[in-house]
Design a protein around this ligand. Structure first.
Ligand SMILES: Nc1ncnc2c1ncn2[C@@H]1O[C@H](COP(=O)(O)OP(=O)(O)OP(=O)(O)O)[C@@H](O)[C@H]1O
Ligand SMILES: [Mg+2]
Length: 437
């Protein structure tokens, strides 16, 4: 008798149980998703799950091909060819190791392919697709070649891999995890989720490998290598600036607000994922040079939202100085900001911040690194802290945005300018807002 002899680890069961294998429309009451995105550590059992899903897909008599894609065809063969035979046994009636196709008893075919040869992936009608080691599959291949091949069968897809920094696989994972991508589900597992590997073995790796390597490979972390410039211990998270018993700030100093604007979201539904965010940094700077970061508001906003957020921050913190990085976005926001000022009867002056022909990395380094290293940079607890740390600890990685850290670095320019110009400018005097820039 021909049977499929499979064993599944608990996490593999969870993933397979929630995947609408071979796709199709979702029936009422069916909560499974057509696309699964699995980020998992090394040796977690990713390829094993891939093989099971391929066999189950092909054993279903639905028309269409079942396809497995690894970064290269030799990899596909090495990883999966023997495993499929071990698992499939007598169910496999025909195979061709040259083109890596095999046929099951019901006539259904499974093909193994390499993502480096897109020509071998065209013209297919796929009912179930597995992309293994997805982080190493070339960006754009799925969208342009594989996704269309799923359309006539409304086929399912399993994306599975160990992260390799923040590339397209990271974007896909985040889109699936945060619900932005319809009919997608994201999963995250670590090598500890494979009970066939002794925990002591993974602990040994943890104690002997560089932290970054262990986190990426075993813990399936998408973080890039830690920055050489900013270390976690440089930043202390505090409740707020030092206070008097009555709650007022006891340290001598002033608030400053610096904005780094990154263009504006259109009013339509489309969200631009890749564009940088705008950031508004609010800092209390003491006379002896300590910075207390009160908040760094950041996001992708429309022009009006941006103006409102700047106005509200100024209204709340009453800074002695407000600056916006010079550029097209700064010019664009001035008009709606002036409208709000007029309506609210609160007028403040906007300083123009310039990068002074310095490279962004250098500017950020000069402004922040020494401060951070000498314990002068304090983060007041809030929602922004986690995101900010992520940016700082990975600076200057190209994989991670630096909007928040950039906005914060501009505080340096403001605080200095304002000391120098203290005698001649009273920034809180109402003035002609049109001529004031
Ligand atoms: N359901 C299972 N039952 C028994 N053993 C399993 C199961 N799943 C995985 N394993 C074992 O765990 C080990 C790792 O499996 P697999 O090669 O699938 O992991 P992987 O995550 O693809 O690894 P890599 O990161 O090296 O690609 C193998 O020895 C495999 O036999
Ligand atoms: Mg594998």
């Amino acid at each position: 008798m021909t049977t499929l002899d499979i064993s599944l680890l608990p996490w593999q069961q969870d993933v397979l149980g929630t995947l609408r294998l071979n796709g199709g429309e979702r029936d009422a009451g069916d909560s499974r998703d057509r696309f699964s995105v699995v980020a998992a550590g090394r040796r977690t059992g990713k390829s094993h799950l891939a093989a099971v899903s391929l066999l189950l897909s092909a054993l279903d008599d639905k028309p269409g091909k079942t396809v497995y894609v690894a970064p290269t065809a030799p990899m596909a063969r090495d990883i999966l060819w023997p495993t499929l035979f071990d698992m499939g046994g007598d169910l496999i009636t025909n195979s061709n190791v040259n083109n890596l196709d095999l046929t099951l008893v019901n006539g259904s075919k499974i093909g193994l392919r390499g993502s480096d040869r897109p020509d071998t992936l065209r013209g297919l009608s796929i009912k179930h697709l597995v992309l293994d080691e997805a982080a190493f599959v070339k960006e754009g291949l799925y969208e342009t070649v594989l996704r269309p091949a799923l359309s006539d069968r409304m086929g399912s897809a399993l994306f599975i891999g160990t992260p390799a920094g923040r590339n397209w696989f990271y974007d896909l994972f985040m889109g699936a995890r945060d619900g932005g991508l319809h009919d997608h589900k994201a999963w995250h597992f670590t090598s500890y989720d494979n009970p066939t590997i002794p925990k002591s073995e993974i602990d040994h790796a943890k104690n002997t490998l560089p932290g970054f390597a262990f986190h990426q490979e075993y813990m399936a972390s998408f973080d890039a290598a830690e920055s050489e410039y900013f270390k976690r211990e440089y930043f202390d998270v505090v409740d707020g600036p030092p206070t008097n018993p009555n709650g007022s700030i006891s340290a001598h100093g002033e608030h400053y607000i610096a904005c780094d604007l990154a263009g504006f979201k259109g009013n339509g539904p489309r969200r631009d994922k890749s564009r940088d965010s705008s950031a508004i940094a609010v800092v209390f700077v003491t006379d002896d040079g300590h910075w207390y970061v009160r908040d760094i508001i950041h996001g992708q906003w429309t022009l009006n939202e941006t103006a409102q957020k700047i106005f509200r921050s100024v209204d709340k913190y009453k800074p002695v100085s407000v600056g916006i990085e010079k550029g097209i976005s700064q010019q664009a926001v001035l008009s709606p900001l002036q409208d709000i000022m007029r309506r609210q009867h609160r007028v403040f002056r906007i300083n123009e911040l310039t990068h002074g022909n310095q490279k962004k990395e250098d500017r950020i380094m000069f402004a922040l690194q020494g401060k951070a290293e000498h314990g002068l940079l304090h983060l007041c607890d809030g929602d922004y802290v986690e995101h900010f740390m992520d940016e700082a600890l990975q600076f200057p990685s190209r994989l991670v945005h630096d909007d928040m850290i950039d906005a914060l670095s501009y505080i340096d320019q403001l605080a200095k300018t304002s000391y120098a110009g203290e005698i001649v400018t009273d920034t809180w005097e109402p003035m002609d807002i049109v001529a004031g820039f």
